[in-house]
Design a protein around this ligand. Sequence first.
Ligand code: RIB
Length: 305
Amino acid sequence: MPAKVVVIGSLNMDLVTRAPRLPRGGETLIGESFATVSGGKGANQAVAAARLGAQVSMVGCVGNDAYGVELRDALLAEQIDCQAVSTVEGSSGVALIVVDDNSQNAIVIVAGANGALTSKVIDHFDSVLQAADVIICQLEVPDASVGHALKRGRALGKTVILNPAPASRPLPADWYASIDYLIPNESEAAALSGLPVDSLETAKTAATRLMAMGAGKVIITLGAQGSLFANGKSFDHFPVPKVKAVDTTAAGDTFVGGFAAALAAGKSEAEAIRFGQVAAALSVTRAGAQPSIPTLSDVQAFKTP
Ligand code: RIB
């Protein structure tokens, strides 16, 4: 039986334009292309975990619009269990994304139906959480629901992962004791810890602070610098394979989903981090969120350039 990963979080339709550069305030740019692509941090992490070997259930909400149907169908096409994806009145979540010629992006999200994922809805699907080996949360659904899901995951004795994205402020202090693996990027680690994070050394200091706040273990993703793993006894730096980036959208989600799938399958933390990093590296060589996420055989076939 493949290990079971449950993702509690967002589904967004990504409205993606490519432009030579990101627009400045008040500026209109001529874009090069436009596409609608299934995304949302929660759904992306679910797709990553499923393509990378896990059995996955999604807990989330879509609107009763055409995007909602498309977002659910995209997960069903990956054999993701959607019994806990509720359809609610109103618009699905959307993300307005601009990707520039340097593969950098700027994103504005509008929560839409993601805002309807309440603690009560999560409780309604408690049997889905009970069946999990690993539970993953992010921050594109209401904070109260995230806190509730983390605590329920801890009470059920599951391995609980929080990818605190997007984050621009500290997390509620009483969340930390429920988190086994906290996986922020540099800016999220800075927002959560209140410390600057711009190097491996500053990442170590922030990770130490986050563990002092109660997080079990911390993995800070550092973009092209790889990632830092802190377990309270030592620090390990994992350099990332070098690839030609086309679009970094969902790279973090691919890492989180891949790490969770590998961990749930019984891999060591170091193996799971390396696996997630290769998956994320492959994802940046392709455009879009869910279309860019590699399969298990893509990762197994990967050779460091
Ligand atoms: O992490 C990438 C995702 O962030 C996009 O798919 C978009 O929906 C936003 O939520």
